[in-house]
Design a protein around this ligand. Structure first.
Ligand code: UTP
Length: 301
């Protein structure tokens, strides 16, 4: 599905992918390998997210990276030599895989020199936007939202309501303390579009204002960059994107969520990453059946 990308208030051309974090939950690996490049089966999480952005109509991926993580942007460069070698050996399918990431959309990178938080990472993208870009999508590369397509719905909601649109999951109340939770009211749209009045980070189940938890997809009005300039460090001493969104809400900027009724994998920690790998592998034409048989045997122990 493609969203209109050159006009209309829902439109966006640039998708920002913050990838400058330290990845501490994946140490020691992340000393040398950015977690955004860890493969799900054989493809880095950031390529899956780039493909989602391209499918939603983004023309440009702006990767926020750090000087030590240049391999993230390098991954999206063409490698004609490798493609030629593979084709020369008759490995056309592999050549196609190598060509895929650079062919998805235009990729640029900007630096975040210090990991001062997600809000600070997104702020680095502001100067790279063209004057006429009224909105920008933000996709967290360690958050897989399945099936894809929620960004297109979010763009439709921005078209109708203006402002910024976020993505939510309906989480069982007993698990809600792990998430950022929205305070919402219904709209005249379908049941899965809600207006947001506030956000609470990691509330206890009895204090949570709803069971709608934030996922890593945002369609932000460019007003976010002004708000990001005005916030001060929040949780963990970091500049938090949710604090900038909360500031916009307090100032009357419309914020809505689309509740996504699908799956999700958190690639940012070893347990979530293992789950995603098993899930994708089980669906894989070549590896799925073997893994299923092995797991069945293994689980008998
Ligand atoms: P995370 O909190 O999941 O990533 O941020 P992290 O900080 O790298 O991981 P841990 O907690 O230390 O294990 C979500 C996304 O935001 C990016 C991360 O790279 C990740 O893709 N991020 C986070 C930045 O780009 N800059 C930051 O300062 C913080």
């Amino acid at each position: 599905m493609s969203v209109q990308t050159s006009s209309g208030t829902g439109a966006f051309r640039t998708a920002v992918v913050p990838a400058a974090g330290l990845g501490t939950r994946f140490l020691p690996t992340t000393k040398a390998v950015p977690k955004e490049l860890l493969p799900v089966v054989d493809t880095p999480g950031i390529e899956l997210v780039a493909a989602e952005a391209a499918e939603a109509g983004a023309q440009r991926l702006l990767v926020v990276t750090s000087p030590g993580k240049d391999s993230v942007a390098a991954y999206f460069r063409t490698d004609d030599e490798l493609v030629k070698t593979l084709e020369g050996r008759g490995k056309d399918e592999l050549a196609e895989k190598v060509r895929r990431a650079p062919g998805l959309l235009e990729v640029e990178s900007v630096y975040q020199y210090e990991p001062k938080g997600l809000g600070h990472a997104v702020a680095q993208a502001g100067p790279a936007l063209a004057q006429d870009e009224q909105a920008v999508a933000v996709l967290l590369p360690d958050d897989l939202v399945l099936p894809t397509g929620v960004l297109a719905r979010m763009a439709e909601v921005r078209e109708r309501h203006g402002g910024s649109v976020l993505c939510a999951f309906d989480v069982p109340r007993e698990q809600i303390a792990a998430y950022g939770v929205f305070e919402v009211s219904d709209t005249d749209d379908d049941d899965d579009v809600k207006q947001v009045h506030g956000m609470v980070e990691k509330p206890s189940p009895d204090e949570a204002p709803s069971t709608f938890a934030a996922a890593g997809r945002y369609l932000l009005d460019r007003a976010i960059f002004d708000a990001l300039d005005r916030i001060t460090p929040g949780a963990g001493g970091e500049l938090q994107l949710t604090d900038a969104v909360a500031l916009l809400i307090a100032e009357g900027h419309p914020v809505h969520v689309v509740v996504h009724r699908g799956g999700r994998h958190d690639l940012g920690n070893p347990a979530g990453y293992a789950r995603a790998s098993v899930d994708f592998m089980l669906e894989h034409a070549e590896y799925g059946e073997d893994l299923r048989n092995w797991l069945n045997e293994r689980l008998k122990d």
